[in-house]
Design a protein around this ligand. Sequence first.
Ligand code: NDP
Ligand code: 8X3
Length: 249
Amino acid sequence: MTKLAFITGASSGIGRATALALAEAGFRLVLAGRREERLQELARKLSHVPTHLLTFDVRDQAAVEAAINSLPPDFQEVDVLINNAGNAHGLAPIQEGNPQDWDDMLDGNVKGLLYVSRAVLPAMTRRNTGHIINIGSIAGYEAYANGNVYCASKAAVASLTKCMRLDLLPHSIRVAEVNPGAVETEFSQVRFKGDTERAAKVYEGFEPLRPEDVADVIRFMVTRPPHVNVAEVLLLPTAQGAATTIRRT
Ligand code: NDP
Ligand code: 8X3
């Protein structure tokens, strides 16, 4: 049977583009997100590919477990897990931060990744094979003003990636991280709570990465032979020198 990839956050942006890229590379897919309509629209586009949809919130451990336990037999043996679901919520100095935003970022970006990994991993450890790609960020490696909890959540993803790689070594499971810079997706719309004007400004005056650029790299990583683990990738738009150093025209 062809390989099976499980992608969280497949309803938008990087996750959606990765679903399309991996379908093209011959993978079967489990696609997860909260917005069922979006997933169904994507599944219609992928009608030639065996695909199973799961709708759940990664912050809800019971829902994560129930969804993953509900997978039909043909979709249980996951070969590749892309832990992509996540977002930034707000951009405010720590002394003015909104604790609900903090919860959303830590629960989604960190604990959600853990819950999904914990539920998917038995199907990998049992078979002593598998590949996990965590979507981190340049924000996990750099601090920028007002980034505080988002940066911390992605620093946690970086640390977890390294630790997971060590823990899963006895099972020959590859664990890797892709760290993008600025990618134009719904990310800034979510960060700025639907303020589309403010979101558009983030990408003004330079050419940001497209979600397809990140998907290309993921496709490369998951199609390497089993003895090769592309463990960390920092992927930037050419106009970006550091998290907040962007050359704009
Ligand atoms: P989008 O907002 O376009 O996509 C985010 C995806 O995550 C959506 O599919 C969303 O699905 C899903 N998601 C968010 N929260 C939850 C949740 N609680 N439960 C389940 N699914 C959730 O943004 P991107 O594609 O840009 O973001 C994807 C990843 O890339 C994130 O981890 C982000 O931090 C990271 N990243 C993004 C960068 C950028 O500049 N865009 C740069 C570096 C990293 P739904 O709403 O349907 O649940
Ligand atoms: C998203 C990129 O620089 O807005 O992770 O934090 S940044």
